[in-house]
Design a protein around this ligand. Structure first.
Ligand SMILES: Nc1ncnc2c1ncn2[C@@H]1O[C@H](COP(=O)(O)OP(=O)(O)OP(=O)(O)O)[C@@H](O)[C@H]1O
Length: 338
C-alpha cells in the first residue's frame, strides 16, 4: 500500500542569532492510510517542528530545509506551494494543544465553524471564492450539527451560539475535533491534543479521537510526551530524540520490547505505584551544537566510541520494529514493560 504520508531524510534548521539550529536531522517517517501513529519524545525533541513542517506553518524566513522530502498523498509539501495550499485544511487538518488559543474569542462558535466550511467544505464544487449554493450551505449546516453530535456535544444548536470562553476545555477540544473532521481529511495532525485538559477528560478525548479516526479510516499523527496517551490511541509509535528518529515500533512491541536505550529509559521513567516519576539524567542537547554521531550518546549507558563517531542508521523494514542504535537492547534483555 502506498503510504499517505512519506517523510524521508528530512533535515531542517532554524536560523538563529547564534547560527543554524539543526532541529530535524534526517527524519524518516511513513504513515499508512488509516493508521494512528504516535510521535513521542521529551520536550525539545522536535515533535512540534515536524508537525508544523508537515502542515507548512513554519516561519518561512527562519526556516532552512537542508534535505529530504515530505510527501502527502504524493504531493511534495516542501516544494509545491500551490498543491500544498490546496491540501492544507482539506486533506490534512489539525487539532491543537490549546484549543482556546486557536479560537477567535470575539466570535461565536457558529461563525468560526461557518468560516471553516466556507473554505474547506468537502462539498465545495465551484465555490472557489468561498461562495456556496443554497443547497451546499444547507448540506454543510446539517453536516455541522451531525458532527457536533458525533463528538458527543449535546444540544449542538446551543453550542453554536456560544463564545469560546463559555465552553469547558473538554467541550472546546471536542469542537476542535469536529472542525478537524468536517473537511473529511485523510490525515489529522494532533499536537499534544489533551495536554491542557484534566486527566479524566484526556482519556475521553483520546478515546473519541481514536474511535472517529478508525470509523472514518482517517490517519492520525499524534504528538505527545505522554506515553500513557500513546498506549491509549496509537497503532505505531515513533520515538524522536533531539531531532533524530530513534525507534519505530508497533504499539505492543514498543511497550513490551523497546530496543533503543532512550526508549527503554523513557518507559522506565514512568511513575509507578509507590514510586514517583524518575527523570532521565542529563538533558536533550541544544540543536545549535548537537553531539556528533548518535545524539543520545552523552546520556546513554551503552555508549562506546562508535556512538560518538558514527550516526547509527535506522535498521529494518518499514512496518517492522526499527531502531537506530549501535548497541540496541536485545529482546531477551527486556522483561516486559507494559
Ligand atoms: N523558531 C525557532 N527558532 C529556533 N529554535 C527553535 C524554534 N522553534 C523551536 N526551536 C527549537 O527546536 C527544538 C525542537 O522544538 P520543538 O518545539 O519542535 O520540540 P517538541 O519536541 O515539540 O517540544 P515540546 O514537547 O516542548 O513542544 C528545541 O530545541 C527548540 O528550542
Amino acid at each position: 500500500m502506498a503510504p499517505l504520508l512519506d517523510i524521508a531524510k528530512l533535515s531542517l534548521s532554524f536560523r538563529t542569532e547564534s547560527g543554524p539550529a539543526r532541529v530535524l536531522d534526517q527524519i524518516d517517517l511513513l504513515v499508512q492510510p488509516g493508521e494512528i501513529v504516535g510521535l513521542v519524545g521529551e520536550s525539545g525533541c522536535g515533535k512540534t517542528t515536524l508537525a508544523r513542517a508537515i502542515l507548512g506553518t513554519l516561519p518561512e524566513r527562519l526556516t532552512e530545509i537542508g534535505s529530504g522530502h515530505i510527501r502527502l498523498d504524493g504531493v511534495d509539501m516542501l516544494r509545491d506551494d500551490q498543491a500544498t495550499e490546496r491540501l492544507r485544511g482539506r486533506v490534512v487538518t489539525f487539532v491543537p494543544q490549546d484549543p482556546f488559543a486557536s479560537f477567535n474569542p470575539l466570535f461565536r462558535i457558529r461563525a468560526q465553524i461557518g468560516d471553516l466550511m466556507r473554505w474547506k467544505t468537502p462539498r465545495r464544487t465551484a465555490s472557489r471564492f468561498g461562495w456556496r449554493s443554497r443547497a451546499e450551505q444547507k448540506a454543510d449546516d446539517e453536516a455541522v450539527l451531525a458532527m457536533l453530535d458525533t463528538v458527543q456535544l449535546p444540544q449542538p444548536r446551543r453550542i453554536l451560539e456560544k463564545y469560546p470562553h463559555e465552553l469547558s476545555g473538554g467541550q472546546r477540544q471536542r469542537v476542535m475535533i469536529a472542525m478537524a473532521l468536517l473537511p473529511e481529511p485523510r490525515l489529522i495532525i494532533a499536537d499534544e491534543p489533551t495536554t491542557a485538559l484534566d486527566v479524566t477528560v484526556q482519556a475521553q478525548i483520546l478515546g473519541l479521537l481514536r474511535r472517529l479516526a478508525v470509523e472514518r479510516g482517517v490517519s492520525v499523527l499524534f504528538t505527545t510526551h505522554d506515553l500513557g496517551a500513546a498506549w491509549e490511541i496509537c497503532d505505531r509509535v515513533v520515538v524522536m530524540y533531539a531531532g533524530q528518529t530513534a525507534e519505530i515500533a508497533p504499539r505492543e512491541a514498543f511497550f513490551a520490547h523497546p530496543r533503543h536505550p532512550y526508549t527503554r529509559m523513557l518507559l522506565q521513567s514512568l511513575p509507578e505505584e509507590g514510586r514517583d516519576a524518575v527523570g532521565i539524567p542529563g538533558a536533550v542537547p541544544s540543536p545549535l551544537q548537537p553531539p556528533p554521531g548518535c545524539r543520545f550518546n552523552p546520556r546513554c549507558p551503552r555508549m562506546t566510541g562508535i556512538c560518538r563517531d558514527e550516526r547509527p542508521a535506522l535498521s529494518g523494514q518499514h512496518g517492522a520494529h526499527q531502531v537506530a542504535c549501535h548497541h540496541p537492547v536485545a529482546v531477551s534483555e527486556v522483561a516486559g514493560n507494559v
